[in-house]
Design a protein around this ligand. Structure first.
Ligand SMILES: Cc1ncc(C[n+]2csc(CCOP(=O)(O)OP(=O)(O)O)c2C)c(N)n1
Length: 279
């Protein structure tokens, strides 16, 4: 997307509206009575909207552009947010969202490169940052201007491979790589601190040589500023530690693991839409 020529407030308002559409798209992709990963998709919706509609250089009309920025949803179960953004950006018709997870659909429960706009297959947690390191290295080797953005979950950080990738990114000085950590504090079956405590996430990335930013992951001004600062870094990769709320936008699904992977009844769907419209 090209960067809109707008004043700051107009820009932020338009991105907040995009985030709302991403959230409504997630609800469309969930449908009625189908289990889906609503909590983690909602928590990263603002970040995904800022990436697709502000920060990233990409176009559905030029999908093979070698200089396009790459996005990887490393916590692949949250792909509903990416699907909603891709539909909103015109990579496929919005009606396709309603077919998510059905047999033969373009949109499966985890990201696959067969979906227009999806750059990496993920779903087995812990692998996306390594893929991002490879893409960022290749971009540099080819002298390309492309940047790589990876979203990881805070629960996902228990995977050791994430830290191997973090060390490699530092070693190779990958300033074309940004990781955003969706710190909603909750994983599949409870609070991250109770399941497998990972304290001081920004400090850990800093210790691995990354320049680190801490933000409110639902504040569009914070998100845009951090993405701009991370993409201006020279010589080291950037990590944005985003404090978020699992299920953000659907009041009854917020801050609980109950909607990590759950269904919406017809009545809940109406309530969910009303809740998103009220943000
Ligand atoms: C290697 C691996 N182990 C387990 C799972 C099952 N799983 C899916 S989501 C999830 C919890 C992830 O928590 P987090 O990264 O915090 O994601 P979020 O809260 O943002 O949804 C788990 C354990 C998986 N997909 N991959």
């Amino acid at each position: 997307m090209s960067r809109p020529d707008k004043t700051n407030e107009e820009l932020l308002d338009s991105l907040r509206e995009k985030a709302r559409r991403v959230r409504l798209g997630i609800i469309d992709a969930l449908g009625i009575g189908n289990r889906g990963h609503v909590g983690g998709s909602m928590s990263c919706a603002d970040i995904v909207a800022a990436l697709y509609f502000y920060k990233m250089h990409h176009s559905p009309d030029n999908r093979g552009d070698p200089d396009r920025d790459r996005f990887i949803m490393s916590k692949g179960h949250s792909v509903l947010a990416q699907y909603a953004a891709l539909a909103e950006a015109g990579y496929f018709d919005k009606a396709v969202l309603g077919t998510t997870k059905s047999l033969g659909s373009l949109l499966q429960g985890h990201p696959e490169r067969t979906t227009p706009g999806v750059e990496a297959n993920t779903g087995s947690l812990g692998q996306g940052l390594s893929i991002g390191v490879g893409m960022a290295l290749a971009g540099k080797a080819d002298g390309r201007s492309c940047r790589v953005y990876v979203i990881v979950g805070d629960g996902e950080l228990a995977e050791g491979q994430v830290w191997e990738a973090a060390m490699a990114a530092n070693h190779y000085g990958l300033d074309n790589l940004t990781v955003i950590i969706d710190m909603n504090g909750i994983q599949a079956a409870g609070r991250t601190r109770d399941r497998y405590s990972i304290q001081n996430i920004p400090g850990r990335f800093a210790a691995f040589g990354w320049k680190t930013f801490e933000i409110d992951g639902h504040d569009m001004a914070d998100i845009v500023k951090a993405l701009d600062m991370a993409s201006a870094l020279k010589g080291c990769p950037g990590a944005i530690a985003a404090r978020t709320v699992k299920g953000k936008g659907i009041a009854f699904a917020e801050n609980t693991h109950a909607y990590h992977n759950n269904l919406l009844t017809a009545e809940e769907r109406e309530k969910a839409i009303a809740s998103v419209m009220a943000i």
